[in-house]
Design a protein around this ligand. Structure first.
Ligand SMILES: C[S@@+](CC[C@H](N)C(=O)[O-])C[C@H]1O[C@@H](n2cnc3c(N)ncnc32)[C@H](O)[C@@H]1O
Length: 245
């Protein structure tokens, strides 16, 4: 399966994505932008699940996202955010105009070198780049087992932080933070969330039904989830902060 096909799998699922995908802890936004700045761009912004945390941290918030369906949800939720359809490799914004660029759960989909060149171009000298990803907690046996159902063929989540190399062209690595948090989630919403993950989106109907049956079997068998309709899901958010050099 081509990476581009997987990246495009999000094109049509704006509302389900927004309803079921996890958000981010406010501490993740504070890690990247500790004090109020003039302007920030959220790149690969999707439906705005991370963008919404930036409103308190910048006077001007811009979102760039290739999927029109995702951006429609963002526009409805966050009318004060400037929303632009587009990709990271060609950002329709002028040079040296932004204090910070953030990329939540999306950097691994970008064509790395042209995207880095574009992010460096739109940032002011010394501006901040923050890359972040949510991860499952390795100590949570049932969530880990469900991840293995989703990711034997593709590695949407497991390969993610690998794309945050300490050396990104045009940037100096500043620091990494891992933020632990948890989410109370209904079993039905947990299953529905998996249906918004690229490997489920691109699977044919029969394979998808089989994958869902495997998730159900894991939840029925694990002592922490068996017979429960609501779970406490531990999450980790990895944040990588860089400075434009
Ligand atoms: C997993 S979603 C994350 C969305 C949002 N940042 C969030 O955390 O909820 C990945 C997003 O990256 C976008 N994307 C894929 N390829 C991209 C590219 N080349 N440039 C910008 N965004 C891209 C997808 O359309 C999708 O909205």
């Amino acid at each position: 399966m081509q990476k581009q096909q997987l990246a495009k799998s999000f094109e049509s699922i704006g509302e389900e994505y927004d309803r079921y995908r996890p958000g981010f802890p406010a501490a993740a936004a504070a890690e990247i932008i500790p004090e109020l700045v003039d302007s920030v761009l959220d790149l690969g912004a999707g439906t705005g699940k991370f963008t919404e945390l930036l409103i308190e941290r910048a006077d001007r918030v811009v979102a760039v996202e290739p999927s029109a369906a995702m951006l429609d949800v963002l526009r409805a939720k966050l009318p004060n955010v400037e929303a632009i359809v587009g990709g990271a490799e060609s950002i329709a914004l002028p040079d040296a105009t932004l204090d910070a660029v953030t990329v939540a759960q999306a950097f691994h989909w970008f064509d790395r070198d042209p995207a880095c060149a574009e992010m460096a171009r739109v940032l002011v000298p010394g501006g901040t780049l923050g890359l972040l990803w949510n991860h499952s907690d390795p100590t949570c046996t049932w969530d880990r087992a469900c991840h293995r159902v989703a990711h034997p063929a593709v590695a949407e989540e497991d390969a993610t932080t690998e794309s945050a190399a300490e050396e990104l062209p045009g940037f100096a690595f500043d620091h990494h933070a891992e933020i632990a948090w948890s989410e109370n989630i209904a079993r039905s919403a947990y299953i529905a969330r998996w249906l918004t993950v690229s490997s489920f989106l691109v699977a044919d109907e029969e394979t998808r039904a089989q994958m869902v049956a495997e998730l159900e079997a894991i939840l029925d068998a694990d002592p922490q989830t068996a017979g429960q309709s609501q779970f406490e899901l531990p999450m980790l958010t990895d944040v990588f902060v860089y400075t434009a050099s």
